[in-house]
Design a protein around this ligand. Structure first.
Ligand SMILES: [Cu+2]
Length: 119
């Protein structure tokens, strides 16, 4: 499953500006749990790794029935290549993590990934 990753704000529609901004903001994301994965035990942490510092402004863990599970973060919204937060105890089931962030160049970013807990 591909990780959704898109830029919210449109850069100026000039070729050079687009090329420059494409290099300027973080464009890669890996996660733990990995997107689409099934983990036997509830994750002790939600981790997202970017190729450039990202200020995460929102993270939301949602169960299949729409329940939101609290996430405890200690990053004080500081920009970082590695974001880490501790979710509430997650019962067996499927989860979607939605996040929003600000790249170093000021572009608003967002993405989501999914994982399942249990067998
Ligand atoms: Cu950018």
């Amino acid at each position: 499953m591909m990780t959704k990753f898109k830029r919210l704000a449109l850069a100026a529609a000039f070729g050079t500006a687009v090329a420059t901004s494409a290099l300027a903001h973080s464009s890669k994301e890996t996660t733990s749990p990995a997107d689409g994965s099934t983990v036997a035990q509830p994750p002790e942490a939600i981790v997202m790794t970017f190729d450039a510092p990202m200020r995460i402004t929102l993270i939301q863990v949602t169960g299949k029935d729409g329940t939101n599970y609290p996430v405890t973060r200690t990053d004080n919204m500081a920009p970082s290549k590695t974001f880490q937060a501790v979710p509430a105890a997650l019962p067996d089931g499927s989860y979607t993590v939605n996040w929003r962030g600000l790249a170093e160049d000021g572009h608003a970013m967002d993405g989501s990934f999914t994982f399942s807990v249990g067998n």
